[in-house]
Design a binder for this molecule. Structure first.
Ligand SMILES: C[S@@+](CC[C@H](N)C(=O)[O-])C[C@H]1O[C@@H](n2cnc3c(N)ncnc32)[C@H](O)[C@@H]1O
Length: 199
């Protein structure tokens, strides 16, 4: 866009987040090669781009108030913050299965509701007015059989209802897509990864 409009590129600050247990050093070690590639692909006209790590749970505040323009969360928000309290008798299952009692399903659903609302209200404080979020996570069409501990895979209607209930964000676009399981066919792992990332 800057090239098209003959304007100078802005400076970029990219804040990478994961839980504190994540090996941030492994990521930081890849950054010199990333910067090289960026320079090769885009020339001197882009950036500079400053990349740093922010350890912490996204189910709480991560960044100072009103300092972020764009939040991108990729394949993470289906991870709930804890196994829901009250899940004591799950009929021998360690995840939601067909034989799980209805109260287990409800406990996971409530946990997702609490966590996702907390995510929305934390990000709402951090995003500048007019900012955007792109959230990609695993959901379900309607079959309750596809859950894995400690995940909750919401359906589109639930996600929309929670965003509307919480009230900080408007939904521009809500889209469901299918992807090939990268673990399913190891020969196609790059293709599968690409299809997930493009999702
Ligand atoms: C399936 S990986 C996705 C990694 C990467 N974003 C991607 O798209 O390939 C899920 C990541 O979410 C992180 N995660 C899970 N719960 C989190 C939380 N509450 N706060 C921050 N990161 C979390 C995990 O540690 C893990 O690195």
């Amino acid at each position: 866009m800057c090239q098209q409009t003959n304007t100078e590129s802005p400076e970029f600050q990219v804040l990478l987040n994961d839980l504190p247990e994540n090996d941030f050093n492994a990521i930081f070690k890849t950054l010199p090669a990333f910067h090289e590639r960026l320079k090769k692909d885009k020339g001197d006209k882009l950036g500079p781009c400053f990349i740093s790590g922010t350890p912490g749970s996204f189910y709480g505040r991560l960044f100072p108030s009103q300092c972020v323009h764009l939040v991108h969360s990729s394949y993470s928000l289906h991870c709930v913050s804890q196994v829901p309290r009250g899940v004591v008798n799950n009929k021998g299952n360690i995840y939601i299965a067909k034989s799980s009692p209805p109260n287990v399903f409800k406990a996971y659903m409530d946990q997702f509701h609490t966590d996702f609302s907390m995510f929305l209200c934390s990000r709402a404080k951090e995003i500048l007015p007019g900012g955007r979020m792109i959230l990609t996570f695993i959901g379900r069409s309607n079959d309750v059989d596809s859950f894995n501990l400690p995940y909750y895979e919401p359906c589109m209607e639930e996600v929309k209802a929670i965003i509307e209930d919480e009230g900080s964000f408007n939904v521009d676009r809500l889209q469901m897509f299918e992807f090939n399981d990268p673990n399913g066919d190891i020969d196609n792992k790059y293709q599968s990864a690409q299809s997930m990332a493009n999702g």
